[in-house]
Design a protein around this ligand. Structure first.
Ligand code: NAD
Ligand code: GLY
Length: 384
């Protein structure tokens, strides 16, 4: 029996709670946690059946072990593998996933399991939200981005030609299992991109965490044994921050919108670049955060030293500090990006809401951004 050995490899598991009344759930963070998945998931299953959604890069790495672990716990596990990458977050793949679930005769008590990054989590979560008018799901995030952000908080959905995440549902998971060991196989570019969402929590409301990141962020991303504790701290602190915000404002009527720091710009950049892998979500968010701080400084709201600190730290960890200047349609212009921004979910009565900052750790929402200032910041970033 290897159950005992599996327990031994789980070092310092931490549990963060998302307090949502009867829908409260726990985020487990630990190294080697995947080997306990059957046991941990069994605590929330209604029937000993799950349906796993994963992608073509994650499946060869972790699907076999996870399925075997479920089997050892007496849990039947069916699965579907979608192509890796953002392009799977669309109607066609949603339909494939739903068809596979229905072909496997999933019932209302069958638990959907999202094994993968934010793409799989958003797609599987949305499928769970609409299958049989809603079934429960578990997140097993395998990227840093998914472990610190997308697996927590219940935002699920897909992209459409009009923009990112414009079709979806709030549907909270029953459980989140973040095994930090799976990050060992994540390509470095993906790891660094996910770090943009870690940095976001410091920048939006926790200057102490930001200072800690300035000292420890680069070592945390360096890999190897010494990095594990720092990376774990990044993940637990980020999940705790997100859990607090989601518990206070689940449906984004107020404070939760602060989590979109950098995203209005970032989503516009992603839409313009075409979701093909030239610009990863976290990279777009990083460039977007810098633009949000630059806009804040231009409006006289944020000290320029804070903008410099953001740029310096992002550069130190290998994140972009400027948007790409060319995309599939040629040179990217401010007008192109502003056109994408008008599809933003934070539009109110035709006016864009921005997340800006009065300094590091002091993000706030505003709809008072003169178009000329926005254009000036974008022009400087795209041509300066
Ligand atoms: P992703 O899911 O595309 O994963 C990135 C790449 O890493 C993929 O190629 C994947 O196959 C591969 N991969 C995943 N885990 C791996 C592992 N352990 N080892 C090796 N390769 C691995 O991208 P992502 O950055 O995780 O997520 C981005 C998506 O998340 C975007 O669609 C974004 O909109 C969404 N998102 C959602 C929320 C939310 O609250 N729901 C928040 C932030 C981002
Ligand atoms: N990633 C933004 C949110 O969950 O609200």
């Amino acid at each position: 029996m290897n159950t005992g050995a599996a327990r031994l490899v789980v070092a310092d598991p931490a549990v963060v709670t998302v307090a949502l009344g009867s829908r409260t759930y726990h985020i487990h963070v630990g190294r080697g946690l995947l080997a306990q998945a059957g046991e941990l998931c069994a605590t929330v299953l209604k029937q000993r059946r799950v349906f796993i959604v994963t992608d073509s890069k994650v499946a060869p790495l972790y699907l076999g072990a996870l399925s075997a672990n479920f089997a050892a716990a007496g849990i039947r596990a069916d699965h579907i593998v979608v192509p890796a990458g953002e392009t799977s977050k669309d109607f066609a793949h949603l339909q494939q996933v739903l068809d596979a679930m229905l072909s496997a005769k999933c019932e209302r008590g069958t638990m959907i399991v999202a094994l993968g990054g934010g793409v799989v989590g958003d797609l599987a979560g949305f499928a769970a939200a609409v299958l049989l008018r809603g079934v429960e799901f578990i997140q097993i995030p395998t990227t840093l981005l998914a472990q610190v952000d997308s697996s927590v908080g219940g935002k699920t959905g897909i992209n459409t030609p009009a923009g990112k995440n414009l079709v979806g549902a709030f549907h909270q998971p029953r459980l989140v299992l973040a095994d930090t060991a799976v990050l060992d196989t994540l390509p470095r570019r993906e790891l660094v991109a996910g770090y943009a969402e870690v940095a976001k929590y410091g920048l939006l409301g926790d200057p102490g965490f930001w200072s800690w990141l300035e000292a420890n962020g680069a070592p945390a991303l360096s890999g190897g044994d010494s990095a594990h504790a720092a990376l774990r701290h990044c993940i637990v602190t980020s999940c705790a921050a997100k859990a607090r915000i989601v518990a206070a404002d689940e449906k984004e009527n107020g404070a939760r919108a602060l989590l979109n720091l950098g995203h209005t710009f970032g989503h516009a950049l992603e839409a313009e670049m075409g979701y093909g892998g030239d610009l990863l979500h976290g990279e777009a968010v990083a460039a977007g955060i810098v633009l949000a701080f630059e806009l804040s400084a231009r409006l006289g709201l944020c000290p320029s030293q804070d903008v410099a600190r953001v740029r310096a730290h992002f550069t130190a960890v290998g994140l972009p500090v400027a948007p790409p200047r060319r995309g599939p349609r040629g040179a990217i212009t401010p007008a192109m990006l502003i056109q994408h921004m008008t599809q933003d979910k934070k539009m109110k009565d035709g006016t864009l809401t921005f997340v800006l900052a009065r300094g590091i750790g002091k993000a706030f929402l505003t709809d008072e951004v003169p178009r000329a200032q926005l254009e000036a910041v974008l022009t400087a970033a795209l041509t300066g």
